[in-house]
Design a protein around this ligand. Structure first.
Ligand code: ZN
Ligand code: ZN
Length: 308
């Protein structure tokens, strides 16, 4: 087990970090609270899977990682249908309750677990096969982006649970270092941490370490700095860092001028209390706004960068 399994601590870290951000930036209240609720529901789902499925964790093929492929393959995701079905209802419920602008589309997708095969849809999402998702969204009269979010957040806890139980090296300096070793998805945020910040024994030793945090399953892996996770651009002159003027608390955007993608980053080395990087990413939504005004796009769509 190489991910923290102290679910209560994970939930409490999210709550505390959310309150801290809202005290500092009250305007974030309406976006941070819904997002925190969604993150907490994800942890609840991982905990429920751990309790009910512990002895049925799908085995992963270590040779895939050696070949530079993510540990979970698409075929496996199709077989996860039953697990996805258990996550769908609670995740859909929280989305509907917390993200009212998505309400109409969410209503139209509310029976997806009964009417469609979530395993196949999740496999399409993971493999980037847009067609089945596009045709489903248009049949239902639902927004394609909302369908993506719903599937991402339904699949997220299942993959997080699988990843937590897998023996995966978190040092990912190979050819595919920009994508998640568990699921192959792009990161939502990067962090600079002192060793041990992520709560795992074997991370200790060394100074500032550069981590990427998967937008789909939340897995954290360590990489070298200075390369774009999306397009692999390593040319120093074609990277740009943007920070807000004045007090920025180590918050930044790493912008790739080759693909115009950007990734929020947070320096956690001086952080006075635990700061879940995905919460920190939402706390930087004012930087997302600057980026979109300047023609840059986020590496992945997230509920907060969709809603701004
Ligand atoms: Zn992942
Ligand atoms: Zn790039």
């Amino acid at each position: 087990m190489n991910q923290p399994t102290d679910f209560e601590k994970q939930r409490s870290d999210i709550r505390l970090a959310t309150e801290r951000f809202i005290r500092r930036r009250p305007f974030l209240d309406p976006i941070l609270r819904p997002y925190a609720a969604l993150c907490i529901e994800k942890i609840n789902r991982v905990e429920a899977l751990e309790a009910s499925q512990k002895d049925h964790r799908p085995p992963l093929d270590p040779r895939r990682l050696e070949r530079g492929l993510p540990a979970v393959d698409g075929k496996q995701v199709t077989a996860l249908k039953n697990l996805l079905d258990t996550c769908f209802g609670p995740i859909h419920g929280v989305l509907q309750q917390q993200f009212s602008p998505l309400g109409e589309s969410l209503k139209r997708l509310g029976d997806l677990d009964r009417e469609a095969d979530l395993g196949r849809l999740a496999a399409a999402l993971l493999s980037g096969d847009g067609l089945p998702l596009e045709s489903l969204a248009s049949r239902r009269g639902a927004d394609l982006g909302v369908l993506h979010l719903l599937l991402q957040w339904t699949l997220g806890p299942v993959l997080a649970w699988i990843g937590a139980g897998a023996d995966i090296d978190r040092n990912n300096f190979g050819a595919h270092q920009g994508t998640c070793p568990v699921c192959g998805f792009l990161p939502a945020v990067s962090s600079l941490s002192t060793a041990g910040d992520l709560g795992s024994e074997f991370l200790r030793g060394g100074g500032g370490q550069h981590w990427l945090h998967c937008a789909l399953c939340g897995f954290a892996w360590r990489t070298a700095r200075g390369s774009c996770p999306a397009c692999g651009n390593r040319d120093h002159d074609r990277h740009r860092v943007y920070q807000a003027e004045g007090e920025n608390d180590g918050e930044r955007l790493d912008i790739c001028l080759a693909c115009n993608g950007y990734l929020p980053g947070i320096d956690l080395r001086e952080s006075p209390s635990p700061m879940p990087p995905l919460i920190a990413a939402v706390g930087m939504i004012h930087l997302d706004a600057w980026a979109s005004e300047n023609g840059y796009h986020p590496l992945v769509q997230t509920p907060w960068n969709r809603l701004q």
